[in-house]
Design a binder for this molecule. Structure first.
Ligand SMILES: C[S@@+](CC[C@H](N)C(=O)[O-])C[C@H]1O[C@@H](n2cnc3c(N)ncnc32)[C@H](O)[C@@H]1O
Length: 424
């Protein structure tokens, strides 16, 4: 089976990427954004100028490896944490890229070359055989969109877990069952139509069938899945895969637990909270006794549009694995947005608009949000932000400020926009 998967990704490296575009943009996402993994796996206290080894297992055309290597390199150059006296750290840790597909690796290597990144080691091989590859142990492992293509996903995850340091963690993504409504009947039809033909022929027939789907077809009615609109690689990955399966929340938890790992969080957390979708107090009260996992499973069924599950796991989940915004020295960091612009955007109706795969949502923000946001710059601790606001209005003592900040944090962190780091 691995052979047909390898052949597919040799012919159609995924996702399709042009190395020339590295000059104009960095592809970022979850999992594996450095700020995000620091928050969820290292309590926001990881000093990235200390040696840090990451494995990107099933690295494809390089998205995660390039993002991680670039962010580690930037952190090392900026001396994030304590000033890097370690000369190796100046390069920004080490990222090991591993994939079955040589042609995917060539794209990833060209992208690294275009950026001048020297902190990625490229390896061709199977993650099922990592034990034999002598790669060493890792602080962090990314495995995004790969486990669901293995015959035995648990064997893959266990093999990776064997390379994880005791205080390390992983960022994973597997397909979500409900958001992929319509994919598997379509895959079956395509196997029936053209399963014995070369992939290029299958692509042609798939495009014909897509053009002839009745409006009642489950795939045609699913607004969440539009990946096939891009290149052939995207279409093959979605509809012509020789091996893929999808997971419900409970199945993700069972997979993780079965490999001796602990589930830290799903991303974005608010997608996995029933209160995001339902405001009826009677219903919410009825759900109040559920465990976080039961709530996540309920939210998945309620939303019905989760086509992937992105989640972090560790070997040892302890009380402070995840960063807390409790400390006065906590430094709030926005992932992409700029505090002053965000302040302006939310000023008028004190709320943040969000969109989860076609589902429009609006999240109320606290009164002080427009006053707090301009000071969030990834450097300034909460104590300083509070003092600045108190200088402007003496009523903003720590206790009052903290109530308002925590409400703002619940929305922005829940939407994966805001993380916490602590000075190291
Ligand atoms: C859907 S792509 C995902 C690529 C990348 N992780 C991303 O998210 O952009 C799946 C990748 O996993 C690789 N792959 C599949 N099975 C593998 C295995 N057993 N060992 C290593 N790589 C594998 C494929 O070659 C392909 O590049």
């Amino acid at each position: 089976m691995t052979d047909s998967v390898r052949d597919q990704y040799e012919a159609y490296p995924y996702p399709s990427r042009d190395p020339a575009e590295e000059a104009t943009r960095l592809v970022v996402g979850s999992p594996s954004n450095l700020m995000e993994l620091n928050h969820y796996l290292y309590a926001g206290r990881r000093d990235f100028s200390r040696p840090f080894r990451a494995l990107v297992a099933g690295g494809g055309t390089g998205d995660a490896a390039i993002m991680l290597a670039q962010q580690l390199s930037d952190a090392a150059q900026a001396g994030t944490g304590s000033p890097g006296s370690n000369p190796g750290a100046k390069r920004g840790g080490e990222v090991v890229y591993l994939d079955l597909s040589q042609s995917s690796r060539s794209v990833a290597e060209a992208r690294a070359g275009a950026r001048g990144l020297t902190n990625i080691r490229f390896v061709t091989g199977s993650l099922l055989e990592v034990g034999k590859l002598d790669l060493g142990v890792f602080d962090y492992i990314d495995c995004c969109g790969v486990l669901h293509h293995l015959k035995e996903p648990a064997a893959g995850l266990s093999a990776l877990a064997g390379l994880l340091k005791d205080d390390g963690g992983m960022g994973l993504m597997v397909y979500g069952t409900l958001g992929r409504d319509g994919v598997y009947p379509l895959q079956e039809m395509l196997r029936r139509l053209a399963g014995d033909q070369p992939l290029a022929e299958q692509v042609t027939l798939a495009r014909r069938l897509l053009g002839n789907l009745p409006a009642s077809n489950l795939f045609a009615r699913n607004p969440v899945l539009r990946d096939h609109g891009g290149s052939d690689a995207e279409l093959v990955d979605l509809l012509l895969h020789s091996q893929d399966r999808a997971y419900l929340v409970e199945e993700v938890a069972a997979l993780v637990e079965g490999c001796g790992l602990k589930l830290v969080t799903f991303i974005e957390p608010l997608r996995y909270d029933p209160a995001t979708y339902v405001k009826d107090p009677v219903l919410l009260k009825a759900l109040s006794g559920l465990s976080p996992l039961e709530r996540a499973a309920f939210a998945e069924k309620l939303a019905g549009n989760l086509k992937t599950h992105v989640f972090y796991v560790t070997k040892n989940l302890i009380e402070d694995t995840v960063a807390s915004p409790a400390g006065r020295d906590a430094v709030p960091c926005l992932r992409v947005m700029q505090g002053p612009q965000l302040a302006k955007a939310v000023q008028r109706d004190l709320s943040l608009k969000g969109e989860f795969d076609g589902l429009a949502l609006q999240f109320p923000l606290p009164r002080l949000a427009p006053a707090i946001l301009p000071w969030i710059d990834g450097q300034t601790p909460l104590s300083k932000i509070q003092e600045t606001l108190q200088d402007l209005d003496p009523r903003h003592d720590w206790a009052r400020f903290k109530v308002q900040f925590d409400q703002l944090y619940a929305v922005l962190n829940g939407l994966n926009h805001l993380f916490i780091r602590y000075p190291v």
